[in-house]
Ligand binder design. Sequence first.
Ligand SMILES: C[S@@+](CC[C@H](N)C(=O)[O-])C[C@H]1O[C@@H](n2cnc3c(N)ncnc32)[C@H](O)[C@@H]1O
Length: 256
Amino acid sequence: MENYENKLWPLIYDQVNHGRHEQELSFYSSELSSCSGPILEVACGTGMILLPMLHKGLDIYGFDVSLEMLDILSAKARSKGILDIHKRVTQQNMVDFHYDKKFEAIFIPARSFLHLPTQEEQIACLKNIHDHLQDKGRFLLNFFTPNLKALLKHAESNKKLIPYGRFQHPDTRENIEMSFSQKNDLSKQILYITWRFSFGGESHETKMQVRWIYKNEFQLLLRFAGFKISTLYGDFDKSSYQGDNEMIWVLEKAGT
Ligand SMILES: C[S@@+](CC[C@H](N)C(=O)[O-])C[C@H]1O[C@@H](n2cnc3c(N)ncnc32)[C@H](O)[C@@H]1O
């Protein structure tokens, strides 16, 4: 599965996610600002969260499966005079990543955990995170609450392209028109998205999979992997979860 492992998404990723990231960055920065030990961002992408947190003085590390996203992160780091970013950021998979150190906190912003398509991979990832946390370590992540009405809207196979937005090629400045088609598999709980990027008189397509997760389902996964729930927020402003908004989990190792 491609997801962000292509040359197209990384080109415009920061433009697409500009507004959303402000809120996430402010939430995770405030939650993690008290950490004096190392922090790990799983699936750090182009560094929209990692680089500002590093700038704030946090001892942050990150990895991502997409070399193309990491190339953008490295270029941004270089432009800020950070020449040794490779000591902090590597290419790894969240299912089987490895570090020789343990972290005070591990977090997965931007719903990246939903890119794991099977329960086996979800459990392997959660257990691996558990193994990489210090004894009183915290694990934070967010993803959306599945909305049945919205899921049913794309339940039938439909190749119809839905306009998504107009962005700018960072090198040539030409417009990139983005659109997508979507098919939701209600039994596998997977959104299959085909993204289309049109620019320079040509169109290119990439594929993405997002596996939605229900609240009770995730609670079971957490129990299985040895986590207990500290807080479940419903918004990045730290308001409580009401059942229909973003799920923002703050978790601890069970038994610590
Ligand atoms: C929505 S982006 C989030 C990027 C970044 N955390 C941010 O806040 O901007 C999702 C990221 O997850 C990464 N990803 C998807 N599957 C992954 C996997 N199995 N292991 C590691 N990274 C993965 C993608 O390459 C992509 O960079």
